[in-house]
Design a protein around this ligand. Structure first.
Ligand code: HEM
Length: 226
């Protein structure tokens, strides 16, 4: 096992994940008022809806697919009657649709930040790094879906699980093609960067909104005493 492989697939993932966890806690405690998506809709609404919607549906469903497809071991799928081949086919078609949506949405968001004057003037270097990082991660992912055709269920998938269970097995990444390594490393770099960007808003999704109590209107009984 080469030193480069150990640095890339043991040391770097743990640094990125530590910065991710500690960074979010630190940002939450020290910078709670800036913990938001920094919506720019009020500055420029035109053309924003399509890019932001395409990107968000694409990235959320892609992340859901990654969690389900890579974190759950293949033997669980086998037990459910889903072979490795069927699993790979499913990942291919869903990855193609949702990954492409995320990538194209991301390019549209970048384009908007360059083209719309009000948005360009309020865009920070941090915003560009965030969107460029997302473009590299989603772009390399979609490249792998279309051109890669590498079997990840006995390589990348168990390697990710080995990292998360604190029993790293970098040798699993040895024979993985370069484009997959770029995808994995860019996603990890983005995880490490996210606490310092507007990506913190992911963890404040207003899920409770769906379960909140409806507003209660009460009929006033009698007339108010002044
Ligand atoms: C968990 C559910 C999520 C919710 C509710 C959410 C909500 C939002 C909202 C309200 C905005 C501001 C849109 C505007 O300008 O008006 C936004 C922007 C953004 N979101 Fe999310 N988001 C979610 C997940 C994600 C994820 C998973 C990512 C990426 C990994 C992401 C990346 C971004 C980026 C990069 C922007 C800024 C786009 C731009 O203006 O250039 N979001 N999000």
């Amino acid at each position: 096992m080469s030193t480069a492989n150990i640095l890339a697939f043991v040391v770097f993932p743990y640094i990125a994940l530590t910065v991710f966890v500690v960074g979010h806690a630190w940002r939450y405690v020290t910078d709670a008022y800036a913990w938001n998506a920094r919506s720019s809709e009020f500055l420029d609404k035109k053309g924003h809806f399509f890019g932001i919607t395409l990107f968000h549906y694409g990235i959320l469903l892609t992340l859901l697919g990654h969690a389900g497809g890579l974190l759950i071991p293949q033997y669980v799928f086998d037990a459910a009657g889903i072979s490795g081949q069927a699993h790979t086919q499913l990942a291919y078609y869903t990855g193609l649709v949702f990954g492409l949506a995320a990538f194209v949405g991301c390019l549209l968001l970048l384009w908007r930040r360059r083209r719309r004057q009000r948005i360009r003037m309020t865009t920070t270097t941090n915003d560009y790094i965030t969107l460029a990082g997302l473009a590299v991660a989603t772009g390399s992912g979609i490249y792998n879906v279309i051109f890669g055709h590498f079997y990840v269920l006995d390589s990348v998938a168990p390697w990710i699980r080995s990292i998360l269970t604190f029993s790293p097995q970098p040798s699993l990444m040895g024979a993985v093609p370069l484009s997959y390594k770029i995808h994995v490393l860019s996603a990890l770099a983005l995880l490490g960067f996210s606490p310092f960007s507007r990506l913190v808003h992911i963890w404040s999704a207003p899920f409770m909104y769906f379960f909140r109590r409806p507003l209660v209107f009460r009929r006033k009984v009698g007339s108010p005493t002044l």
